[in-house]
Design a protein around this ligand. Structure first.
Ligand code: S3P
Length: 440
């Protein structure tokens, strides 16, 4: 669960980033590997599992529901799947800490079980919108109570059975899509979901790897209820959302030449590459290959002058977690960058438009937040003390901003980095970032 101790990063403006590194496994894929492994028949072996607080919360939930799980041990996890109907009632509330993915996806899976469950989270997760999942799940016949504003705790009561629905997602959200696909496994007949824009498709790919393929035609996805999932081996690629900090860092810091190895480059996740390249970044994909049904490559990035752009709307869902890092790229670019159609950023682990705008303003960057995005004017900026708002990605984004800051930087409230990238400071220091961690 997210820790309460207060950790600060202290950063010295520095030279470029150099060498090679590997980032830990993809968070989205790690969650899904545990979920599908747990409800499959047979033993699933995972390598490259992210040992961060969020994915460990998912793993802990399945242990609490009686699934024998060994590990993680250096990224290896062994899950003795209990089959679609084999989960048991957890002895107490399932606590997902900071992890929206755990709560939203598991709500779908638990809606179809024969036992009750309560899903709780930390103060950030307890503020995030849950009606986006509880409304369509209710249409499937699920019984889920939320607080009055539609937030966690979620109380799920068993029902006789779920029925399939045909549903168009009101927001482009892979979490909502995946929640409904998992509920669809437990529904009568065929559930049909339409996405307003492409979002990460790891659930669909992994269901196919477990022998329960979904059918896709354009923006429409169909899944049949029932049947079985067959255990498999999964190799989880490095998380492009973690790599993003290094891609931006090496792009903005003069003289940099950095290779991030074995990064997942699924087309539904590479908005950050497309946007950085449109800004003039020099990023090359080396040795593209396949890892467990997901495309992977090494990414070589060299410093390059960046130019402000209008971020294409269609790239927003494909880069949704990478905007804190991209805002730092924009602050270092020549001219103005404009982001619109990104209101979802206001309901992530923090209000990422507001918290980033406040931090950038501390550094002296000219920013204009908007309801659905932000305008950022690039140029020189200074240092100072910035607050991450307890948001892991904001803490790491400001850490790499130090590479171009005119003065030292202090970033407060950084313990949450452990939710997605434990060891960030050591990894970053290893390739040249002047970073020190201090308990405060
Ligand atoms: C995720 C989907 C995204 C993303 C989150 C992980 C997933 O959320 O922001 O960090 O694993 O499905 P939305 O689907 O709500 O945009």
């Amino acid at each position: 669960m997210s820790t309460t101790s207060d950790l600060s990063f202290y950063l010295r403006p520095g030279d470029g980033l150099h060498g090679r590194l590997r980032v830990p496994g993809d968070k989205s894929i790690s969650h899904r590997a545990v979920m599908l492994g747990a409800i499959a028949d047979g033993v699933t072996r995972i390598s490259g599992f992210l040992e961060g607080e969020d994915s460990l919360a998912t793993l802990g939930a399945f242990r609490a529901m009686g699934v024998p799980i060994e590990g993680p041990d250096a990224g290896r996890v062994r899950i003795a799947g209990v089959g679609l109907g084999g989960l048991r009632a957890p002895p107490s509330a399932l606590d997902f800490g900071n992890s929206g993915t755990s709560m939203r996806l598991l709500a779908g899976l638990l809606a179809g079980q024969r036992f009750a469950a309560t899903l709780v989270g930390d103060p950030s997760l307890s503020k995030r919108p849950m009606r986006r999942i509880t409304e369509p799940l209710a249409r499937m016949g699920a019984r889920i109570e939320t607080t009055h504003p539609g937030t966690a705790p979620l109380r799920i009561t068993p029902v006789a059975g779920l029925c399939s629905i045909t549903y168009t997602l009101p927001v482009a959200s892979a979490q909502v899509k995946s929640c409904l696909l998992l509920a669809g496994l437990y529904a009568d007949g065929e559930t049909c979901i339409t996405e307003p824009a492409p979002t990460r498709d790891h659930t669909e790919r992994m269901l196919a790897a477990f022998g329960h393929p979904v059918r896709r035609a354009g923006s429409r996805i169909r899944i049949r209820g029932g049947g079985r999932l067959s255990a498999c081996r999964l190799e989880i690629p490095g998380d492009i959302s973690s790599a993003a900090f290094f891609l931006v860092g090496a792009s903005i810091a003069p003289g940099s030449d950095l290779t991030v190895e074995h990064v997942g480059v699924n087309p539904t996740r590479i908005g950050v590459l497309n946007i950085l390249r449109a800004m003039g970044a020099d990023i090359r994909l080396i040795n593209p290959r396949d890892a467990g049904g997901e495309p992977v490559a090494d990414l070589r990035v060299r410093a390059a002058p960046l130019q402000g752009i209008v971020i294409p709307r269609d790239q927003v869902p494909l880069a949704i977690d990478e905007f804190p890092a991209l805002f730092i790229a924009a602050a270092c670019a020549r001219g103005e960058t404009l982001l619109t159609s990104a209101e979802e950023l206001r309901v992530k682990e923090s209000d990422r438009i507001q918290v980033m705008a406040e931090g950038l303003a501390v550094l002296g960057v000219e920013v204009q937040p908007r309801a659905d995005g932000i305008r950022i004017r690039g140029g020189d900026y200074g240092g100072g003390r910035v607050d991450s708002g307890g948001d892991h990605r904001i803490a790491m984004a400001f850490a790499i901003a130090a590479l171009r800051a005119g003065a030292p930087l202090e970033i407060r409230d950084c313990a949450n980095v452990n939710t997605s990238l434990p060891g960030f400071a050591d990894l970053a220091a290893g390739v040249g970032l002047g970073i020190e961690e201090r308990q405060t």
